[in-house]
Ligand binder design. Structure first.
Ligand code: SF4
Length: 317
């Protein structure tokens, strides 16, 4: 209007991102699947952080949850079975400026991906690793996974899983260099949001085990947990999750736990009679691998050639 100054600048920093900016294709999981809750929470965390979608990348392996990159408006990489973490490490190594998210399941990460799980966590590169743990291979229709409870009937063990389930929390806590370990359920939105937000804010690899509903193939695993909040104990501490009243109303059991106390975290993780919810462990000072791998990243081609020639000259006789 006459008399008013118009701002015609196209300043990209003025962009405001909505949830839609982080959304990709229409999610195709079964009705009632917990993966929807996780996906929506990741969108919300990114929207609230206002990170440009082109600065994030979602990486996955194989499984139901590994479809997540397709449903993100960010960059994405749907990789190989059990190999989400090495791909994510590679991306972070060459592009430390990117915000990296990994989606992997109990079968993908704890079985075929067990080697990369250990070594990637040890590298502690800055990324969020979301473990969608439904205690079953869902995509391949109800096979026993490493976290299937002993006795759970599956298509590979119709008489019940014969051995005791793996404890991903104690294993992860036992990895040297690990810097963030949390556990949460997919069916409590405030806690899920708070956990993933804190994981995202942490610098280092944030390992978040999400107990995830698979109503189609592992209702025996998740329904009893959903129906009885008394099976959980919420971790309370000033350095832990911010717990609002809605969370405390649902989960009545709580214990004081300092996320810096590794030994107490291990005790809580080991005792499966009550499953801990919250941040089990956080070490903000653990070294991150990209601080070393990014050295020399912006070296010019001329500088690389000069360094190469200099190195070869050392062999001259
Ligand atoms: Fe979700 Fe289970 Fe369906 Fe897979 S099979 S999409 S985990 S409900």
């Amino acid at each position: 209007m006459f008399g008013l100054k118009a701002d015609w600048s196209l300043d990209v920093f003025e962009r405001y991102f909505t949830l839609g900016d982080y959304s990709g294709g229409e999610a195709r999981w079964c009705p009632g699947c917990g993966d929807f809750a996780v996906l929506n929470t990741v969108h919300r965390v990114l929207r609230d952080a206002q990170l440009p979608p082109e600065k994030s990348v979602a990486v996955s392996g194989i499984g139901c949850s590994s479809r997540l990159p397709h449903y993100m408006g960010t960059y994405g990489f749907h990789g190989l079975h059990g190999r989400a973490l090495p791909f994510a490490n590679g991306i972070k190594s060459r592009r430390p400026d990117l915000d990296v998210w990994v989606a992997t399941g109990d079968g993908d990460c704890f079985s075929i991906g067990a080697g990369p799980w250990i070594h990637s966590l040890r590298l502690n590169m800055d990324m969020v690793v979301l473990i969608f743990d439904n205690a079953i291979y869902g995509l391949t229709k109800k096979q026993t996974s490493p976290t299937s409870p002993r006795g759970m009937k599956t298509n590979t063990h119709p008489a019940g899983a014969p051995v005791r389930e793996l404890n991903p929390l104690t294993v992860t806590l036992g990895i040297t260099g690990v810097s963030f370990v949390a556990q949460v359920v997919d069916w409590n939105p405030p806690m899920l949001y708070e956990t993933i937000k804190r994981a995202h804010q942490h610098r280092g690899t944030s390992f978040v085990r999400i107990l995830q509903r698979c109503p189609v193939f592992s209702n025996d695993f998740c329904k009893p947990l959903q129906d009885d909040p008394g099976k959980f104990v919420v971790l309370e501490h000033e350095n832990g999750l911010a717990l609002d009243d809605s969370i405390k109303r649902v989960f009545k059991n709580s214990v004081n736990h300092d996320p810096a106390d590794w030994l107490h975290a291990m005790k809580l993780a080991y005792d499966t009679s009550q499953l801990p919810l919250g941040i089990l462990y956080q070490d903000v000072d653990a070294p991150v691998y990209e601080d070393a791998s990014a050295v020399g990243l912006h070296t010019s081609d001329e500088q690389k050639m000069a360094a190469l020639n200099s190195a070869l000259d050392s062999f001259a006789i």
